[in-house]
Design a protein around this ligand. Structure first.
Ligand code: PLP
Length: 450
C-alpha cells in the first residue's frame, strides 16, 4: 500500500521545498495519523514531532473539540465571504478574540489564508499607508538577510533567502536586506562580544536608512526570533537598539509572528517577550494549530485609523479571507489554549524545563551551541576536531536530520543548525525523551562523520 502511494506520489506530486528528482528516487515518507505530540508513518513507526508539523500544531494532534468546531460550522455555513459589506459570526468573533489577546494598540485584523498572504497584505498596507499620508516616495521596506516571510512573490522578496531570490526571478522592487543578528555564525567567528554585535546589527539598519534616505523608508520587517533562518535568538542589545533607530526616522515596525505568535515563546505574541510595539503583525500557523489554513495581519491603531478614515476602498482580499470554517476552528483553538493555560505553562514551566534539559546537549562534541527560548530550540553543529563548522559538502545537518527521523524524532536542519519547536502541550517526560533522542541522533551522526 505505501509503495503504491509512493509511486503515485512520484508520478504526480510536486512537493514544496523539495528536490523533485531526488525525492522520486528516495520515495517520500508517508505520515498516516497523529496523536498528541506523535505522528505515525505508514509502517506504524511512532515519531515524536519535535517540529509541531511546520511550527504550527501548537495544541497537539487529535483534538476532538477542533474537529467538532469544524464539522458544526461546515454544516451551518461552509462558506461565505467577507467582501462587499458582508460577514459571518466566526470571522467577527475571531476578530474580537484576537484583538482582545493582542497588545492594546492592535485593534484590527485583516484575514488571509496563510502567512505568505499575510505578508503580501503587509506590503500593500505599508505602501498604502504612506501614500495616504502624502509620502508615496516612502516605499522602501528593509528586511533581513536569511529572513523568511513566505513563498509568494512578495513573501519571498521580503524574506532574505538568497537561494529563493535566485530562483524567483526579479524580486518586488523597493525591498532591501540587512545583516541578521546571528551571533554564532557572524559575530562569534570575528571574536565579538554578543551585545556589541547586537548593537552593530541594529546600526546596520540605520546605515541602510541613511543610504536610502530616511524620507524613502517605509518599514522594517523581522521576526522576534528568526525561525526558519535557524531559531536565531538575538542578543539582548538588539531589539532596544532597533526600536530606537526606527523611532528616530519614523519607520513602521512589522513583526512577523507567524511562528513566534500563539505561545511559542511563552507569550501570546513574541513581541511581548522583547517589549516591541509593532504597527503590523502578520500571523498564521498556531492561530488554528495548523488544523485549517488561516492567517491575518493585526493592524495597529496608527495604520488602521488612516486606512479606515482616509483610505476609501482597499482593493485587496482573498476568496478565503476569514473563511468561516477556518475561523471557527481558530476561535476554538484560542479558547482551548486560554482555558488550559497553555501559554502560561510554556512561559513558567515547560520553557524553563526545556532550557535546563536542552542545554545539557552543549557538552556533546558535535555541538557548538545549544540555545532555547520558550519551546523553540537550536543546536549548532561543529566539527569536533577543528571546533569550526563542518565542510558544507558533508551536509552534516541533513545527515543528522535524517538519522533523527529514522530513530523516531523530527528535528529540522537549516544548514548545520538543528531545530526543534514541539507542540506546546508536550509534557516534561516527553521533553526528556526529546533530549535523549536528540543526543542519540548526534551520537550516530558523529559516528557517520568520523
Ligand atoms: N512568515 C514566517 C515567519 C514563516 O515562518 C512562514 C512559514 O514558515 C511564513 C511567513 C509563511 O507562512 P505560510 O507558509 O503559511 O504561507
Amino acid at each position: 500500500m505505501s509503495q503504491s502511494l509512493q509511486a503515485l506520489d512520484r508520478a504526480h506530486h510536486l512537493h514544496p521545498f523539495t528536490d523533485f528528482k531526488a525525492l522520486g528516487e528516495e520515495g517520500s515518507r508517508i505520515i498516516e495519523h497523529a496523536e498528541g505530540v506523535y505522528i505515525f508513518d505508514a509502517a506504524g513507526n511512532r515519531i515524536l514531532d519535535g517540529m509541531a508539523g511546520l511550527w504550527c500544531v501548537n495544541l497537539g494532534y487529535g483534538r476532538e473539540e477542533l474537529v467538532t468546531a469544524a464539522a458544526e460550522q461546515m454544516r451551518r455555513l461552509p462558506y461565505y465571504n467577507n467582501f462587499f459589506k458582508t460577514t459571518h459570526p466566526p470571522a467577527v468573533k475571531l476578530a474580537e478574540k484576537l484583538c482582545a489577546l493582542a497588545p492594546a494598540h492592535l485593534n484590527h485584523i485583516f484575514f488571509t489564508g496563510s502567512g505568505s498572504e499575510a505578508n503580501d497584505t503587509v506590503l500593500r498596507m505599508v505602501r498604502r499607508y504612506w501614500t495616504l499620508k502624502g509620502k508615496p516616495q516612502k516605499h522602501w521596506v528593509i528586511g533581513r538577510e536569511n529572513g523568511y516571510h513566505g513563498s509568494t512573490v512578495a513573501g519571498m522578496s521580503l524574506g532574505g533567502m538568497a537561494p529563493m531570490h535566485e530562483q524567483g526571478g526579479p524580486c518586488v522592487p523597493g525591498i532591501t536586506h540587512v545583516r541578521q543578528p546571528y551571533w554564532f555564525d557572524e559575530g562569534r567567528p570575528e571574536g565579538q562580544d554578543p551585545e556589541a554585535f547586537g548593537r552593530e546589527c541594529a546600526a546596520a539598519i540605520e546605515a541602510r536608512i541613511l543610504e536610502l534616505g530616511e524620507e524613502n523608508v517605509a518599514a522594517f520587517i523581522a521576526e522576534p526570533v528568526q525561525g526558519a533562518g535557524g531559531a536565531i535568538i538575538p542578543p539582548a542589545s538588539y531589539w532596544p537598539a532597533v526600536k530606537a533607530v526606527l523611532a528616530k526616522y519614523d519607520i513602521l515596525l512589522v513583526i512577523d509572528e507567524v511562528i513566534c505568535g500563539f505561545g511559542r515563546l511563552g507569550e501570546w505574541f513574541g513581541s511581548a517577550h522583547f517589549d516591541l510595539a509593532p504597527d503590523l503583525v502578520p500571523i498564521a500557523k498556531g492561530l488554528s494549530s495548523g488544523y485549517l489554513p488561516i492567517g491575518g495581519v493585526l493592524v495597529g491603531d496608527r495604520v488602521a485609523d488612516t486606512l479606515v478614515e482616509e483610505g476609501g476602498e482597499f482593493f485587496h482580499g482573498f476568496t478565503y479571507s476569514g473563511h468561516p470554517v477556518c475561523a471557527a476552528v481558530a476561535l476554538k483553538n484560542l479558547q482551548l489554549m486560554e482555558a488550559e493555560g497553555v501559554v502560561e505553562r510554556v512561559r513558567d514551566e515547560l520553557g524553563p524545563y526545556l532550557a535546563s534539559r536542552w542545554t545539557t546537549l552543549a557538552d556533546h562534541p558535535l555541538v557548538g551551541e545549544a540555545r532555547t527560548l520558550g519551546l523553540m530550540g537550536a543546536l549548532e553543529l561543529i566539527d569536533p576536531v577543528s571546533g569550526e563548522r563542518f565542510d558544507k559538502a558533508l551536509a552534516a545537518g541533513t545527515l543528522c536530520r535524517d538519522i533523527s527521523f529514522r530513530r523516531g524524532q523530527v528535528m529540522r536542519s537549516v544548514g548545520d543548525t538543528m531545530i526543534i519547536a514541539p507542540p506546546l502541550v508536550i509534557t516534561r517526560e516527553q521533553i526528556d525523551d526529546l533530549v535523549t533522542l536528540a543526543r542519540e541522533a548526534l551520537d550516530e551522526t558523529a559516528r557517520c562523520l568520523a
